[in-house]
Write a protein that binds this ligand. Structure first.
Ligand code: GTP
Ligand code: SPV
Ligand code: MN
Length: 589
């Protein structure tokens, strides 16, 4: 580390930009990151020395560390997130807007001298497979060692990134810890300038600029302009007993089960099936010459939720995080192992996520949005196609999210347009992944409300535009593993058992599963689901698959009101789809 740029044969514009930022931020030194293990270990050493990281029990958790955030900095802050463009109308009603010039001037002022006494890390990162025409390069400048180390887990850092720069173009990211002052916290995106500036937060999606800022907010604008999709989606390959692999993507809002589905372990009764992970959070999808979407994972690591992960619900995740992992805001047991709610019995003595002695009844020991960062490479069930520069062909798109009622376990849309409406109508309970109240129902179309970098109505138009471009579009489904009974308990056991739902989806795509046509779409017959060994009590499955027409009518009214707030640009086709759906509910056949 602390190599000079001469090690890379770096181009002039990049050097000039780094120098210009350094002139403003005034760091004590500049370190060019090469992404080597050696460098990663030196970052870790610096952080264990200054208390940024706590070394965990190295026998049980080799090369694992704990970071405790500033308590005011534990989740994405949507109120401090801005899209900065020329005109307010560019970003629509679901984004905060600042004028591009004003935003840049404001942030440059705040950046003045903000790195005094610190090192500025230059992190060239590659998003996507090596050699892929769809991959992109960014450079993040940061004064946070913690951010630098996490970027090395989440992306491919160093020479490999610089080698992928095309025509001198790369995403520019400037990040500073500042004083972690929530009143001066800004996460600003400049799609026209391919620039991101983020200040006063070191938390995940606010600070690892490759993630939501680059891969979704700015990439979504590029995708609109270039005819592809940048989505908040997992990607998995589902291998049936014959060895045929079907690839699907799934858009579920934050903390709604993407990582768990991506790392699903088939239950005993389906052990001749296999599930391979390609991505757990983000998918970039391009149409190939046959009109099929091909998806790549821009990331190289998982930044995923800890609470409720345990050896029973998800053994694959548990095994993966037992080495080479940075935990953030989990609790710490006396023996130096991490702990979180839903992991199992709590150890006798614990420190909570803020380092205070914890006793039962004192609230949660781990923060509800506590997470871990770990490399995709150490996940044993990573798809062989993960590194395929062309991506994997997508057969189905699944929308999902937390709904304690209304939405059945799974159903299939009638058409692409109806599926787009399904995604646009996605309404879910909020979680701890973003600041604000938890458990409130809010619209999160395609799980992209916080991540779409332009007008959401135009985004729907963009989705609809694929209809005329391809005869081979994926089928669209919606799933809901979070439906509750009257006793407030989940009706569906979820996790590994979700493979039952995935199998139905695969079977539908192959034309070999039964369904009943309901007003909202095709719903499985109970017999078409592989439920034999699940022992669901009583009429649970009927409850899970039930379509309550009256409740759906209320839902449509609420969607209608939401769509109205999106203004004139809201596509006519979706109004028509909504009317057709209303008509079907009113006059069910
Ligand atoms: P982000 O990283 O925020 O985008 O979240 P995600 O969509 O990847 O969600 P994740 O898989 O991390 O799951 C979030 C929470 O939901 C965790 O606490 C999981 O244990 C829980 N969860 C995931 N799948 C299921 C399921 O099938 N049923 C139930 N009841 N809970 C689940
Ligand atoms: C999410 O909130 O959807 C996450 C976590 O995946 S973050 O990286 O903070 O956006
Ligand atoms: Mn996410």
């Amino acid at each position: 580390m602390i190599h000079g740029p001469e090690n890379y044969g770096i181009e002039r514009p990049l050097l000039e930009w780094v120098a210009a930022v350094a002139k403003t931020t005034k760091p004590d030194g500049i370190a060019w990151c090469d992404g080597s293990d050696e460098e990663f270990q030196s970052l870790i050493k610096l952080m264990t020395a200054d208390g940024t990281l706590i070394k965990l029990n190295q026998e049980k958790y080799p090369n694992c560390y704990l970071h405790r955030s500033n308590p005011n900095d534990v989740a994405r802050t949507e109120e401090a997130t801005f899209i900065c463009t020329k005109n307010r109308e560019d970003v629509g009603p679901t984004n905060n807007w600042m004028s591009s010039d004003e935003g840049e001037a404001k942030l440059l002022k705040l950046l003045d001298g903000c790195m005094i006494g610190r090192t500025m890390y230059v992190i060239p990162y590659l998003l996507g497979p090596v050699g892929s025409p769809y991959s992109q390069v960014g450079i993040e400048l940061t004064d946070s060692c913690y951010v630098a180390a996490n970027m090395e887990i989440m992306t491919k850092v160093g020479k490999v990134a610089l080698e992928h720069i095309k025509d001198g173009e790369f995403m520019k990211g400037i990040h500073s810890t500042g004083q972690l002052d929530p009143n001066k916290r800004y996460i600003c995106h400049f799609p026209d300038k391919k620039l991101i500036m983020s200040l006063n937060s070191n938390y995940g999606g606010n600070a690892l600029l490759s993630k939501k800022c680059h891969s979704l907010r700015i990439a979504s604008v590029m995708a609109r302009d270039q005819g592809w999709l940048a989505e908040h989606m997992l990607i998995i390959g589902i291998e049936d007993p014959d060895g045929t692999v079907t690839y699907v993507t799934g858009a579920f809002p934050s903390t709604s089960g993407k990582t768990n589905l991506a790392m699903l372990k088939p239950p005993e009764y389906m052990k001749d099936w296999k599930v391979w992970a390609v991505s757990d959070d983000i998918a970039w999808m391009h149409l190939d010459s046959e009109g099929r979407f091909r998806a790549i994972n821009p990331e190289s690591g998982f930044f995923a939720v800890s609470p409720n992960t345990n050896i029973r619900t998800n053994p694959r995740i548990m095994e993966t995080v037992m080495k080479n992992t940075i935990f953030t805001n989990v609790a710490l047991a006396m023996d130096g192992t991490p702990w979180w709610e839903g992991m199992g019995d709590h150890p006798r003595k614990l420190w909570d996520w803020q380092g205070r002695v914890w006793t039962a009844g004192k609230g949660s020991a781990a923060h509800p949005n506590s997470r871990f960062t770990t490399s995709t490479n150490q996940y044993p069930f990573l798809s062989r196609e993960y590194t395929n520069p062309n991506g994997v062909p997508i057969t189905a798109i699944i929308f999902g999210g937390r709904r304690s009622d209304l939405v059945p376990l799974v159903y299939e849309s009638f058409s692409w347009e109806h599926g787009v409406l399904m995604g646009a109508m996605l309404k879910v309970e909020t979680t701890a992944a973003a600041g604000g109240e938890v458990g409130v129902l809010r619209y999160d179309p395609m799980a992209m409300k916080p991540f779409c970098g332009y007008h959401i109505a135009d985004y729907f138009r963009h989705w609809l535009s694929f209809r005329s471009k391809s005869e081979n579009l994926p089928k669209i489904f919606q799933i809901n593993a979070f439906r509750m009974g009257r006793d407030g308990r989940f009706l569906w056991p979820g996790y590994g058992h979700n493979l039952v739902v995935l199998k139905w989806i695969v079977d539908r795509c192959r034309g070999r599963a039964e369904a009943v046509e309901t007003p909202i779409g095709y719903v499985p017959t109970p017999e078409s689901l592989n439920l034999n060994e699940m022992n669901l009590p009583g009429n649970t499955i009927e409850e899970l698959l039930h379509v309550n027409n009256a409740a759906w009518m209320d839902e449509l009214e609420s969607s209608w009101r939401f769509f109205k707030t999106l203004g004139e640009q809201f596509p006519n086709i979706l109004w028509q789809e909504l009317s057709k759906l209303t008509e079907r509910l009113r006059n069910p056949s």
